[in-house]
Structures are given as C-alpha cells and as structure tokens.
Design a protein around this ligand. Structure first.
Ligand SMILES: C[S@@+](CC[C@H](N)C(=O)[O-])C[C@H]1O[C@@H](n2cnc3c(N)ncnc32)[C@H](O)[C@@H]1O
Length: 257
C-alpha cells in the first residue's frame, strides 16, 4: 500500500474506535504482554492508538516508538499521542523493510495489519529480528481475506469487488505463510491464535462499516469494477436489514527472537 490519503486515514480513525477494533487491540496487548520498563516498537503504527495503549502498560520507565511510512498516518498519530504524560511515546517515519534503529533496541515489537502490505517479508522479518533484543517478542496480526464471509444480494458483483479488494495488499493470504517465514527469519513461534470478527447489522459502529468505506475508495477502476457497481453494492448492503452478515478472521502470531 502506498501512503493512505487523508480521507482513508480519517475513515481508519473512525474504524479504530469501534468495539471490534478495541477488542482487537486488547487481544494484541494480552498476547504481546508488554511489561513496565520495556522498550516497544509498533511497526506501521497508523494513528498511534496501539502505541498509546502499549505505553499505558509499559509506563514512564520504558519507551514506545511508532513508525509508519505514511505522512497522513503520522499526522494522525502525532495528534493522538498526548503532548504531556505521553513522554514515553514517540512516532517517526519509517518502513518495516528498513527500520531506522540500531540492532537490539527493543524488547517487544508489534506489527498489526501491516505485514500483509509489505512486499519483501523476509526482509521485513530480518529487520524485526535485528532490532529486537535476544529473547524479545514479535507479535504479528494479519487477515487472511479468504476467511471473509460477506452476504450480498448480488453474488457476482460481490465477488468482483472482493477480487479487486485483494489488490490492496501485497499478500491477502499472508497468515498461512507466516509460520514458515518466522521460522526462516530465526524466530520461534510460541503462540498462534485466531480472532474472529462478526457483524450482523449494517451499523456504523462496527468493523465492517469501515471496511465498506475502504473498499469503496479502493476498488473502482480495478478488476472491471465501476463507481456504479460500488454505489449499488453499498445500497444493497444498507438494505439487507436482518440479512446483513459480515465475518472474517484475524490471525495472531507470537514469536520469540
Ligand atoms: C491497516 S493499517 C494498520 C495500522 C495499525 N497497525 C493498527 O492496526 O492499529 C496499515 C498501516 O501499515 C502502514 N504500512 C504500510 N506499508 C508499510 C511498510 N512497508 N512499513 C511500515 N508500515 C507500513 C500503513 O501506512 C498503515 O498505517
């Protein structure tokens, strides 16, 4: 993915406040288990929401750094990091494939819905391995988009839209390759978990409402999808009432350096 534009960054900001995403961050915190005094790095930090939650666990004796290559995301993150009391949180420009830090700088590294966008995964995991200290933890969360079950009255149109949507990431099926990639990068995988998401109503306060906006902004002009297709698709989803059904799986991997 290139840098998100301002509209998508804004849509992401709204999506991050939904109960689905709050629960996702809680699962990431539970599994990565940041401890007081540790140094944490959140790769692809987006709006900085997870970085702030990591900092609340780690406290003032440690540090949290967020890196992201997107200027729009970095602007959002700068807004969400408190100007005071957040002295342990820093955000800066950086790419997963070339982390701007010395070797052995961090105890814990999180990459949440980031590696699926990265074309060179061996390179990105080599970087994660390099900047972690011995015994450090890497928490990865990504979606396998084959896990998506999304009801529509027009199955053919939905399929074309989802085929186009697959192009928004470098690998829409990364989780099934992650075990091997982590092993080859020198990590030991200690936990694998699945976090299912389920929305059964067309509700703005859900993950799927955000996904509708991201998809709508991305798919026109790809895989034969037109603006008119997207307008009709959105109208259909809004009209489904009790037939609305959206579900997908996030996969979490905890690995030790
Ligand atoms: C779906 S958002 C996830 C944001 C955040 N990690 C979260 O879930 O709370 C994907 C993020 O990855 C960032 N990103 C994309 N390619 C990246 C790369 N090569 N290195 C680091 N971050 C990247 C994007 O700018 C964006 O902020």
């Amino acid at each position: 993915m290139g840098a998100l534009d301002d509209d998508l960054a804004h849509a992401l900001e709204i999506a991050y406040r939904t109960p689905d995403m709050v629960a996702q961050r809680a699962a990431v915190l539970d599994l990565s288990d940041p401890l007081p005094g540790e140094d944490a790095l959140d790769v692809g930090c987006g709006n900085g929401a997870l970085a702030c939650e990591l900092a609340a666990r780690i406290g003032p004796s440690g540090s949290v750094t967020g890196v992201d290559p997107s200027p729009a995301m970095l602007a959002l993150a700068a807004d969400s990091v408190p100007p005071d009391g957040g002295a342990t949180v820093r955000v800066r420009a950086g790419d997963a494939s070339g982390l701007p830090f010395p070797d052995a700088s961090f105890d814990v590294l999180t990459a949440v819905q980031v590696y699926e966008y990265v074309p060179d995964m061996p390179g990105a995991l080599a970087e994660a391995h390099r900047v972690l200290r011995a015994g450090g933890r890497l928490l990865v969360l990504d979606t396998d988009w084959d896990s998506l079950v999304w009801h529509s009255s027009d199955v053919g149109r939905m399929q074309r839209i989802l085929t186009a949507w697959d192009e928004h990431v470098a690998d829409p099926h990364l989780p099934r390759r992650l075990g091997r990639l982590l092993h080859d990068a020198g990590f030991t995988v200690t936990r694998r978990e699945v976090l299912p998401m389920l929305n059964v109503g067309h509700d703005p306060n859900t993950l799927s409402a955000g996904v509708i906006d991201f998809v709508s902004g991305f798919v026109p002009g790809r895989a034969g999808v037109t603006e008119a297709d997207v307008t009709a698709w959105r109208a259909d989803l809004e009209s489904l009432g009790p037939d609305y059904f959206f579900s997908l799986n996030r996969y979490l991997f905890l690995a030790v350096r």
